[in-house]
Ligand binder design. Structure first.
Ligand SMILES: [Zn+2]
Length: 939
């Protein structure tokens, strides 16, 4: 019986193999065109149908890693030899165990590296208008499934390949948009009506340390929890003009928290990539300073992997379905270290970009096939390095530390010249103790080598100062006020594969008692660079084109410390500690528990807790009365909510994830909350900043309506809205009457109405000084409220409010002019501001808080205007050193500058927030500055 079954089974298997070889269609047979044919794009629907056909091959296993924001299935196709597929679970286990490097001996690690297969991730389509991305993925899948050459067979034998679609919704939107024109030569990607990721568009590649979006969560689960590949390859477009593509290695600065082996691992795989192109006579690869891509930032699909010891690769290639030209850029014609093999000007076809991409994928896969044991061992080595660094006193070098070595030395030199003493005798070395790992080969008192260098004692003074050690871990106390937000932060760590522990009982560390349920994140873990990055400031170097010259703009943010952005309370422990901690399973998300206490006449919802606003919106929706208490109640903050006790209210609060107390009767000063009709500005083509706020409104249960320039210009706004929110880049600067260049993309160029489907025409247009601003003024005069964020605070200037730009100096003819970049430059960074938290606009906020600042507006308010109540400051810079994380060149100019204010306009109000208070839906610490403005209060 057993025997016959087995025979029948293997016969069936043989049949399946034979059948699949015949039934796998070429792309042309399936799509009706070859991948890379001119003027042809495949939709996601067609692509999904194709990969289902490829799934018939014994080399593949098709998996769905989750639903997208628009409800599509996001696929990942696992490709490897049929033999390897049988042991897939074992190879997956080896990959994750070596990456985490927990509890393995050197011998075990070597043996597992020998036994395992390299795991390589290749994705496509994250940025949907970069059409080479999805199409190279289709072509690569087909070639890996159908080719039988020795190289392909070696790859299949030694590598497990994870081919992942990064943005199905975007491909469907973009391909249908392009293909809608029946005349191929007239097809165009221009003027896409909306964002190609439902909420974030291009910012879907800025979401990976927090993973707000479903696609990021699906991808993150595979990358950081389930597989932890040694190499990941993220395809983008496009490189600098005059090249075909930009790829690894990348320009500086690289982040000083990285394991160096990760960076040199990128070098090694990068070399395999451009080497192969040269073998195949494919010129035009540029690297390093040949392009703008660096490794400083965390949060990109590629860059978050760098903080997890993965070799994260990015290429940015030219090309698309409509043929184009490689332009003549004379400065790029001479070979150099950045571009060893320049391309010459020529006509460029989609198929060439597909061929390049397949070659690059094969270069990576061939490297992985040949070096699979080394790749597996190396990721283990990096994880082990992290565990070792986190298990002892360790000092991470950062630019400011190095600067302070120089400062200390120069101060002594100066003193020595003035007192005529020798520099080495004039300084004590604070804290220069017996740190492990200190430089034992060179004596502290060793003089500098002749003509160069600084005596080593200055190194010791700064870099072995025990108070400057890296922490051994962090404690996130469960008795902090906004606990549900702290849990969201912990979940962001868990989603990126961080090992988190939780206290099973009350405990004490360093003289402080912490309650049961507190979370503990230790630094003796493989992904230590990521943990440091989420809790500690980023110390961006002062990066200039030349000394005294203009700054080199970071590729994205300079500082982003998530714990600061979310205003999470945590303690840094500089010495080893332990307690009744249990390790949470990797990837297991946490839920804060709701608790009701007391039996008074009403519930109190603390205005300091973000989830209170979700609960309030649910209560209002259920028709339950909610009140706000302007002076708080007992221990709770001003602006906290009061809800009369009822079974219905209790059932809503039971699901809030908060500790809700009850109190006696409603305070006489309490005011009734009325829901507002909320308008959120958006535009044709979509605004990412607006999309993130739309996401936020949905998460916090605010029913918001999108409002476009045409709606504003049509007037009668008070009939439809109580409050309108303008995110950054909605409202043009004064003097820019037509709103040009304020918002990039389609909104600026704008298609002609007849060029687009009728459904989208109401979205066209932009906010203007002559048509829109008078309507907004009327709206406010009639009692409406307008909330402006970032550059949309321009509205204050249009309304001639008594505010001025604070970031100016005197020009040669005694006239104020904006500060130039050589004096003042603050790209995306975290700064600390002071607040007046007695104002309704700032209820629930602390008196000092961190804000995300990105070259944001700062104002000077006329003192007499403040005295007359014409304008009310809400947030300002209390000192000349507000930088918390990132880069703030010339930050002293910020001192006393006002970053947020409220101004009455008729019966209504204008709120102006310079900093990005809703930044990419990450800045939980400042969400309340928006939420507070979304309720009406009546007596
Ligand atoms: Zn891109």
């Amino acid at each position: 019986m057993f025997r016959t079954t087995l025979l029948a089974l293997s016969a069936a298997l043989l049949l399946r193999v034979a059948a699949s070889a015949q039934t796998i269609p070429t792309p042309k047979e399936h799509f009706g065109f070859n991948i890379g044919d001119d003027y042809q794009l495949a939709t996601f629907t067609q692509t999904e149908a194709y990969v289902k056909k490829l799934a018939a091959s014994p080399r593949t296993k098709l998996t769905v890693i989750g639903k997208t924001e628009e409800g599509r299935d996001q696929f990942m196709m696992i490709v490897t030899s049929p033999e390897n597929h049988k042991k897939l679970a074992r190879y997956q286990e080896i990959s994750t165990k070596l990456a985490r490097a927990e509890g393995l001996t050197e011998q075990q690690a070597r043996a597992m590296a020998e036994e395992g297969k390299a795991v390589v991730w290749i994705d496509g389509g994250l940025h949907a208008t970069e059409t080479v991305g999805t199409h190279q993925l289709i072509e690569t899948a087909y070639q890996l499934v159908s080719r039988n050459d020795p190289e392909t067979m070696r790859i299949l034998d030694n590598v497990v390949i994870l081919l992942t679609h990064a943005n199905p919704d975007g491909q469907e939107l973009v391909s249908n948009w392009y293909m809608r024109n029946p005349t191929p030569e007239k097809r165009s990607l221009d003027n896409l009506p909306r964002l190609y990721e439902k909420y974030a568009g291009h910012d879907n590649n800025r979401d990976f340390y927090i993973m707000n979006l479903k696609e990021s969560q699906n991808i993150g689960r595979q990358l950081f929890v389930d597989w932890i590949p040694q190499i990941m390859y993220n395809h983008h477009q496009r490189g600098p003009a005059g090249s075909v593509l930009a790829g690894p290695p990348y320009r500086d600065p690289f982040n000083y928290v990285f394991d160096p082996l990760m960076i040199t691992g990128i070098d090694a795989v990068g070399a395999a990539m451009y080497n192969r192109l040269n073998v195949e006579n494919k010129p035009g690869y540029t690297r390093l300073n040949g392009s703008v891509f660096s490794t400083w930032y965390n949060g990109g699909l590629r860059t978050t992997t760098h903080f997890h010891n993965m070799i994260g690769l990015l290429t940015e290639i030219v090309g698309g379905p409509t043929p184009e030209n490689i332009p003549l850029i004379p400065s790029r014609l001479i070979p150099n270290g950045n571009t060893p093999n320049p391309v010459t000007p020529q006509r460029w076809k989609f198929r060439q970009s597909i061929d390049y991409s397949v070659s690059l994928n094969y270069a990576v896969l061939d490297y992985a096939a040949r070096q699979h044991d080394q790749l597996l061992y190396n990721i283990y080595r990096m994880g082990k390095n992290s565990i070792e660094r986190g298990s002892q006193d360790y000092w991470t070098l950062s630019p400011k530390r190095v600067e302070s070595i120089n400062e200390l030395y120069q101060a002594d030199q100066k003193k020595a010249t003035s007192t005529n003493a020798t520099p080495t005798s004039s300084t004590t070395t604070p804290g220069s103790t017996t740190a492990p790992g200190s430089t034992t080969a060179i004596s502290d008192q060793a003089p500098a080598p002749r003509g160069e260098g600084v005596p080593v004692k200055y190194f010791t003074a700064v870099l072995k100062d025990s108070s400057l050690r890296d922490p051994r871990g962090y404690i996130i106390p469960s008795n902090q006020t906004d606990w549900p937000t702290a849990v969201k932060f912990v979940n962001a760590l868990i989603k990126t594969g961080i090992q988190v522990q939780q206290a099973t009982a009350d405990f004490s560390v360093a003289g402080k008692t912490y309650p049961l349920g507190s979370y503990v994140v230790k630094l003796d873990q493989a992904f230590r660079p990521h943990v440091l990055d989420m809790f500690e400031p980023q110390d961006h170097p002062n990066d200039f084109q030349y000394p005294g010259g203009p700054p080199i703009r970071p590729y994205d943010a300079a500082g982003w410390t998530l714990a600061y952005q979310m205003n999470v309370d945590f303690d840094r422990l500089l010495t080893a500690f332990d307690g009744p901690f249990k390790k949470l399973p990797y990837g297991e998300l946490q839920t804060p528990t709701s608790k009701m206490s007391g039996s008074g006449a009403g519930y109190v919802l603390n205005s300091q807790i973000n989830n209170s606003f979700i609960a309030v919106n649910d209560l209002l929706k259920a028709g339950i009365d909610v009140y706000r208490m302007p002076t708080g109640s007992g221990k709770v903050a001003a602006g906290s909510f009061y809800v009369p006790t009822s079974a219905k209210a209790k059932s809503i609060l039971d699901a809030s994830g908060m500790v809700v107390t009850s109190t006696g009767k409603r305070p006489g000063s309490a005011k009734k909350v009325t829901p507002m009709r909320i308008g959120l500005w958006d535009t044709y083509g979509g605004s990412m900043a607006s999309g993130w706020v739309r996401w936020l409104m949905e998460q916090y249960h605010y029913p918001a309506q999108l409002v476009y320039a045409q709606d504003i210009d049509a007037g009668n706004l008070k009939k439809k809205y109580d409050v309108i929110v303008f995110v950054t880049r909605a409202i043009p600067a004064v003097g820019n009457a037509r709103g040009e260049n304020e918002y990039g993309g389609a909104a600026t160029r704008g298609p002609k109405p007849e060029e687009i489907p009728a459904d989208y025409r109401p979205w066209l247009g932009r906010i203007t000084a002559d048509k829109s601003v008078p309507q907004l003024r009327q709206f406010m005069e009639a009692g409406g409220q307008v909330v402006t964020i970032g550059t949309s605070t321009n509205l204050a200037y249009h309304l001639d409010l008594p505010v001025r730009n604070a970031l100016v100096d005197m020009g040669p003819n005694g006239q104020e002019r904006p500060l130039n970049n050589e004096k003042y430059f603050i790209p995306g960074s975290i700064l600390r501001v002071a607040l007046d938290s007695t104002q309704q606009a700032t209820w629930g906020m602390p008196t000092l808080t961190d804000v995300y600042f990105d070259s944001s507006p700062v104002f000077k308010l006329a003192p007499e205007a403040i005295a007359k109540g014409l304008v009310k400051p809400l947030m300002w810079f209390p000192n000349d050193k507000p930088l918390r994380s990132g880069w703030a060149w010339g930050q002293a100019y910020l001192r006393d500058g006002v970053t947020a204010f409220m101004a009455p306009v008729g019966a209504g109000k204008l709120y102006a927030f310079g900093p990005e208070i809703t930044f990419r839906a990450q800045a939980h610490g400042t969400f309340k500055l928006l939420f507070n403005q979304l309720y009406g209060l009546t007596e």
